[in-house]
Design a protein around this ligand. Structure first.
Ligand code: ADP
Ligand code: MG
Ligand code: MG
Length: 925
């Protein structure tokens, strides 16, 4: 049996895009549901691959024979004949692979024309202009696609004739002009190829089929596939469609156009698109004339407009997805020439999917699966106006999505000053530190010239939902001069710049933006997602503000509140420093006594905002020296202060002299003059700084990430944890008293042994007893452990004896599992590891399921073997990434916690995880 290489549109399987290509399969499908498609057939991708394998450039055996049979069927269906001089059949020869690759491969229109058939066409249609218009298009397309004649040679002749005739647009050309052009085009071909233009229609057809097959391996197409990572599994070879020509260029009752069944920009449920009268094929997209919006057709061709609306609804009812289609109107008859799923932006995608559920076209589940969770990011942040075409001044890493404009400022204090005056600022730094946090609050966005996607700036900006471009190495930041240099351009303080944190670009000036769009449809969709999902989605939030925003995004609680972020506020830092530099327990207690009411108020706000949802508070985690200035900074400041002291001392002598003189005259000096010459003021500052410096030196660690931090601090300085525990429980008690239901959870960081947990739990229990006694109310709380140390995972069974919940801190756990320090890995060797395929992904961005994930899975199993109802979650950055969320669902976690703006993405991803799990389960049977 010979292979079947060719399928008519009546017989091809509309689902088999691999074999027939997307265009071919869909044309089969819509032919078979009865839409008006010109008769045609499709030659398979198999034929293409087979042909490309043959060294001598021959079509596989049987292809042309089957093509002849199909052409006979077309002749039968149309009553025309291929090559006939009285009633000629013309066809288009069109490419189309399984994946849409717009503009990458070629199509030839009006094939079958030669001197005789042209004459037949002209006599038959009594339209000479149309005949020559079709002919010149055919010669050019065939010449270019099949014979490799450069387009410019044709364009030059075309323009020359237009100039001679004195017309601007092609529509102004008369039959005689088009005839002249056709003649010139034929000479172009003859001169370029050294051979006359092929006359025999079947010869034309065979050359054209081969040319389309060859375009699969053309440079353009190969580059495109590489760029968009289209693998052979996704699309292998192109099919060829041979379609009876229908003519949109036969006169003013003819037209050609493209349509979307709904508006792809907004999702609005209205036919959207453009058309041109008396035009063919590419004219609409090629911008030869300005096309008209499809609404205009309602006046110009009312019956056809009605037919178009009917086509639209039939396409949608069949595909149940927005379609992007091509049509042509020949003498009052509407033909559909192509359809495919419409590409839309995220908000249009959400709107159309939700509306299609309401129209009973699709199920909620289908709507959910249709939207890629990551794609939602577009809607959740402001972005640059897509129509803006300006060039970026510089680029860095896309560290936190969104777009913002503001005046450049070069330090956090200045940012705060200006921010308080209501001025929009962008904080520009070489890199940022925890003490810059107030500058973050005041800024619209953050730009750094150093550091990666997990640098301090990036992590904090993401947490706050502010755009950040990090590691923009082309920018030289000079904080002293308050300037940044980019090549020859200087950005001074106050110059307006724009950041695009989604792409990592920096622009001069204020670039127009499109606002984030938390539409009603998105709210509805996410509601469905919550119903479908098993995982709960919590937010990481440190302040009541963050919490309120997280609620808006649909967070079901707070999975991680980092208390140290509360310490960093400007007015609190001095107290925190007092606490750290304290030499005695009493001194430390005095500082803690000041912090207690502050933290209590923070927690109370947070609990109120989130009531009745759970709020997980993590006790102090970072090494305490992080709250102190760097050694270098202190040394520099002390040096300056000592200089100052010398000048003040000089002043003191002057003041003494002045006092004597004044006294001798019986006058008194104003008190400020006394202060001017008072070294004691300077001395106090010096003493304080020296004290801090001593502490900084004493606290210095070789490896702070593995040093004196987390629960280790809590055990060595129990008074710090006690204060925090008290603040949490008293805040909760206050709320309970006020009738506000709360669900506080206390979480211990960096735990590696159950003894640590026992120790802290005892503190909690004793404070809890006191608080209940003092407040006279019952306060429920949960006590749990972070799982971010390898040993903790290995001892999960034992930790579960003390903990009511576990929360995986996958940032630290990844660091510990790989023994990679994150900053070093990302800056030094990870990119090469990824390039060489040693590691497929960055494990700090994509959870390493095979290693870290396996450890998590074991820890969950072991933990639950001791404590079957153990609640388990994740609070690392991975908690917001769809693939990681899917894994968390599979290993049975109860919740994920991620930064507020990622909550919607996580909710949708959690729904996907369950739906897909169900499908997998069903498939397994
Ligand atoms: P692409 O994949 O680049 O869109 P197509 O094969 O769809 O290429 O064709 C290019 C243009 O020619 C389209 O506008 C299409 O509608 C038009 N076209 C293709 N075949 C025919 C035909 N048989 N009759 C009329 N117009 C056609
Ligand atoms: Mg097309
Ligand atoms: Mg940690």
């Amino acid at each position: 049996m010979t292979t079947k290489w060719v399928f008519s549109y009546h017989e091809g399987d509309g689902k088999n895009k691999q074999l027939l290509g997307g265009k071919g399969a869909n044309l089969c499908e819509i032919t078979q549901i009865g839409l008006n498609v010109p008769p045609g057939f499709v030659i398979t991708t198999e034929a293409c691959l087979n042909y490309l394998d043959q060294p001598e450039g021959k079509l596989p055996d049987g292809v042309m024979q089957q093509v002849h049979e199909q052409m006979a069927a077309l002749e039968q269906a149309t009553g025309k004949q291929f090559g006939s001089a009285s009633n000629p059949l013309l066809v288009s020869v069109r490419s189309g692979s399984a994946m849409s690759m717009p503009g990458m491969m070629d199509t030839i229109l009006n094939l079958g024309l030669n001197a005789q058939t042209l004459e037949g066409l002209v006599t038959q249609t009594r339209n000479e202009r149309f005949g020559y218009d079709s002919f010149r298009r055919f010669i050019q397309l065939f010449g270019k696609v099949a014979l490799g004649v450069p387009d410019e040679l044709f364009d030059a002749q075309f323009d020359a004739v237009k100039k001679d005739v004195g017309v601007e647009a092609d529509i102004g050309l008369q039959a005689a002009d088009l005839k002249e052009i056709s003649q010139r085009f034929l000479s172009v071909v003859r001169n370029y190829t050294g051979k006359p233009f092929p006359e025999d229609p079947y010869e034309q057809l065979e050359i054209a089929i081969k040319a389309v097959f060859n375009s699969w391996m053309g440079k353009r197409a190969v580059d495109y596939r590489r760029e968009f990572q289209i693998t052979p599994e996704m699309a292998n070879g192109t099919a060829v469609n041979v379609v009876t020509m229908v003519f949109g260029n036969m006169g003013n009752d003819c037209a050609t156009g493209v349509g979307f069944t709904r508006n792809p920009g907004t999702g609005e449920n209205l036919l959207y698109g453009e058309y041109l009268t008396n035009a063919q094929g590419e004219d609409v997209v090629a911008g030869i004339r300005t096309p008209k919006p499809l609404q205009d057709m309602a006046q110009e061709m009312p019956t056809l407009h009605t037919q178009l609306l009917d086509l639209r609804s039939r396409l949608e009812r069949h595909y149940r997805e927005v379609q992007d289609f091509e049509f042509t109107i020949e003498k009052g008859v509407l033909y559909c020439l192509q359809t495919r799923n419409g590409k839309m932006n995220a908000s249009a995608m959400v709107r159309t999917s939700v509306e299609m559920v309401r129209e009973h076209l699709i199920s909620e589940e289908e709507a959910l699966l249709r939207i890629n969770p990551q794609h939602l990011e577009q809607m959740l942040y402001p972005r640059l106006d897509p129509s803006f075409k300006g060039e970026p001044l510089a680029a860095g890493l896309p560290a936190s999505p969104g777009a913002a404009s503001g005046q450049a400022v070069f330090d956090a204090d200045r940012a705060e000053q200006l921010g308080k005056q209501g001025i929009k600022v962008i904080l520009v730094r070489e890199e940022t530190k925890p003490e810059d946090i107030h500058g973050f609050f005041a800024s619209q966005g953050i730009l750094t010239s150093r550091g990666g996607k997990t640098s301090h700036a990036a992590v904090v900006a993401r947490g706050m939902g502010k755009p950040c471009v990090a590691g923009a190495e082309g920018i030289n930041v000079d904080v002293q001069l308050r300037k940044a240099f980019v090549g020859g351009t200087v950005i001074k303080e106050g110059d307006v710049i724009t950041l695009d944190g989604t792409r990592g670009n920096i622009y001069l000036g204020a670039v127009p933006k499109v606002e984030a769009d938390f539409s009603d449809e998105l709210v509805t969709l996410l509601g469905w997602a919550d119903k479908a999902a098993r995982l709960k989605v919590m937010a990481n939030a440190d302040t009541p503000n963050d919490a309120a925003r997280a609620l808006k995004y649909g967070a079901m609680g707070i999975g991680l509140c980092r208390t140290e972020r509360m310490f960093n506020a400007v007015e609190r830092l001095p107290i925190v420093i007092d606490m750290i530099v304290a030499d005695t327990a009493d001194q430390r207690q005095a500082a803690l006594d000041k912090l207690l009411p502050i933290q209590r108020a923070d927690f109370k706000d947070l609990f109120k905002t989130m009531s009745p949802r759970p709020v997980t508070v993590r006790l102090l985690d970072p090494p305490i020296h992080e709250f102190l200035p760097s050694e270098q900074q202190l040394v520099d400041e002390l040096e300056q202060l000592r200089h100052l002291r010398l000048s003040v001392q000089g002043m003191e002598v002057l003041v003494e002299t002045a006092k004597l003189l004044a006294g001798s005259k019986g006058e008194t000096l104003p008190s400020s003059v006394h202060e001017m010459g008072d070294t004691r003021l300077v001395d106090t500052v010096i003493t304080r700084k020296e004290q801090i410096l001593k502490k900084v030196r004493a606290l210095r660690e070789v490896n702070p990430m593995l040093g004196h931090r987390g629960v280790r601090l809590g055990i060595t300085f129990p008074e710090i944890y006690t204060m925090q525990i008290r603040a949490v429980l008293e805040a909760a008690a206050d709320c309970v008293k006020a009738g506000i239901p709360v669900a506080p959870e206390i979480m211990v960081p960096q735990v590696c042994t159950v003894q640590e947990l026992k120790h802290v739990r005892r503190l909690v229990q004793s404070v809890h007893q006191q608080v209940e006694a003092t407040f006279g109310v019952k306060v429920n709380y949960q006590f749990g452990s972070m799982m971010e140390v390898v040993r903790a995972c290995m001892r999960a069974e034992s930790l579960a004896e003390e903990a009511q919940f576990f929360s995986f801190g996958t940032n630290d756990l990844t660091q510990a599992s790989f023994s990679f320090s994150r900053e070093d890995a990302e800056n030094k060797f990870l990119p090469m590891y990824n390039d060489r395929g040693i590691l497929q992904d960055n494990p700090f961005e994509v959870l390493d399921v095979k290693g870290v994930g396996r450890l998590m899975k074991l820890a969950v199993e072991w933990g639950r073997s001791e404590h079957p109802n153990l609640k388990v979650g994740i609070c690392g950055e991975h908690g917001g990434h769809p693939a990681s969320i899917r894994f968390c669902d599979e290993i049975g976690l109860n919740y994920v916690s991620c930064s507020g703006p990622r909550v919607p993405i996580a909710r949708l991803a959690a729904a996907h995880a369950q739906i897909l799990l169900g499908k997998k389960g069903n498939a397994k049977g």
